[in-house]
Write a new protein. Structure first.
Length: 403
């Protein structure tokens, strides 16, 4: 005996209407942010050459570096571009002082304040850890953290300015095995995904320090976290493009239900890495596997095998917040499960839109009804036993690097 189940993959990955494409920043947004970066880079380079006789280096960080930046879900939410500035430790004392951190911060603040006046942007120094530039473009801001880097690491540090979106090359017939991924860079060059991953994989990553407004030098793990994540992605087919997609979906769910706050992006990323299993052409199955463990993870301490951070609990939520997050995650998993076990495609769409909001397409035609064995199987077994069913139209998930 069989039971009807639903393949919801195309609700997420359909190239015209899928949730992934509603989350992904547009090419125009990426170009706009790139233009802002160039102005920030020119501004700070001149300021630091004057103050320290040293040109800084710059690297895109955070979700734009991981390939998981999303469009805002609700009013007053914004995309966040982290664009770090790096100076070698030798421009400071052998043991940098609080005064040097404050001076570093002030040099950047003075220069960026002048830039903001010229561009009509708004500079904020309310955060201890960075300078934030608002109104650089609609629904986006740029954070500029300031780092001191060991000299040998600075020498080998490869700058990463590009705001990049992915480009998929379509052939007459596309299958999972014949996909060709490339990175469309607004710097004008085309970089293959493997080359890009190698570029970001620094061989000489050491502990760097972040200058704070209050004069403290805070040890920073930004490069180590990025290296860890990209290496984990490389362990999966397609360099972890589906894994990155699941991170996007969870961040989209978070933004839909918390106007501010909610589980942090790095926490959702780590939990996804820990529980993800590749499901060929089935983002819904891969999402199901992760959400099955999400509530338990959000209630507890979360550790990761990141060099020098093995004992760090990445779940910084309070006990009350952990319970709140876990309850919402439990609801999410229920809806994902029910969407795949629903009797009709319409019901599948309703379940998923209850969790992901209106950006998930209201298109039952994108859902494929298939049969799975009934017998005495559990709901989990029914969901995960669904065979891959390819639609006549390509239901592709494009790769994601830097956007």
């Amino acid at each position: 005996m069989t039971i009807a189940t639903q393949n919801c993959h195309r609700l997420f990955s359909n190239q015209d209407q899928g949730y992934w494409y509603k989350l992904r920043p547009t090419k125009d947004q990426a170009k706009g942010l790139r233009s802002c970066q160039e102005k920030i880079r020119d501004c700070l380079t001149a300021a630091f050459l004057s103050a320290y006789q040293q040109a800084p280096k710059f690297r895109v960080q955070g979700s734009w570096a991981y390939g998981t930046c999303n469009q805002p879900a609700l009013p007053n939410q914004e995309m966040d571009l982290d664009y770090g500035a790096y100076l070698p430790s030798s421009v400071f004392s052998s043991e940098p002082s609080p005064e040097e951190a404050i001076a570093y911060f002030d040099v950047a603040k003075k220069a960026l304040n002048e830039l903001c006046k010229e561009e009509g942007w708004v500079l904020s120094d309310k955060k201890e850890t960075c300078l934030r530039l608002y109104k650089v473009m609609p629904n986006a801001h740029i954070d500029v953290p300031l780092y001191a880097v060991p000299d040998d690491m600075f020498d080998s540090l490869i700058e990463n300015h590009s705001i990049a979106l992915d480009h998929i090359y379509k052939e007459a017939t596309i299958t999972a095995a014949s996909r060709r991924f490339a990175l469309e860079s607004y710097g004008g060059e085309m970089l293959t995904e493997n080359f890009r991953a190698k570029e970001i994989d620094l061989e000489n990553i050491q502990m760097i320090h972040l200058a704070q407004k209050n004069g403290e030098w805070l040890p920073s793990d930004c490069e180590k976290v990025r290296e860890w994540f990209l290496k984990k992605c490389a362990e999966h087919p397609g360099n972890g493009q589906q894994l990155k997609a699941i991170v996007r979906y969870l961040k989209g769910w978070r933004d839909q239900h918390w106007k501010e706050g909610g589980p942090t992006s790095i926490l959702l990323m780590i939990i996804t890495v820990q529980h993800y299993k590749y499901a060929d052409s089935r983002d819904d199955q891969a999402l199901f596997t992760v959400t099955q463990n999400l509530a338990t993870s959000l209630k507890n301490e979360v550790y990761a095998s990141i060099d020098e951070h093995e004992e760090k609990d990445f779940n910084s939520a309070t006990p009350q917040q952990r319970l709140e997050y876990a309850n919402k995650a439990k609801e999410l998993h229920t809806y994902v499960e029910q969407s795949m076990l629903a009797e009709t495609p319409n019901a599948s769409v309703d379940y998923l839109r209850a969790s992901f909001g209106q950006r998930l397409p209201n298109e039952p035609k994108l859902v494929i009804t298939i049969d799975a064995p009934n017998d005495s199987m559990t709901a989990y077994q029914k969901v995960m036993s669904q065979p891959v069913q390819h639609a006549k139209e390509a239901a592709m998930l494009a790769p994601q690097i830097g956007g």
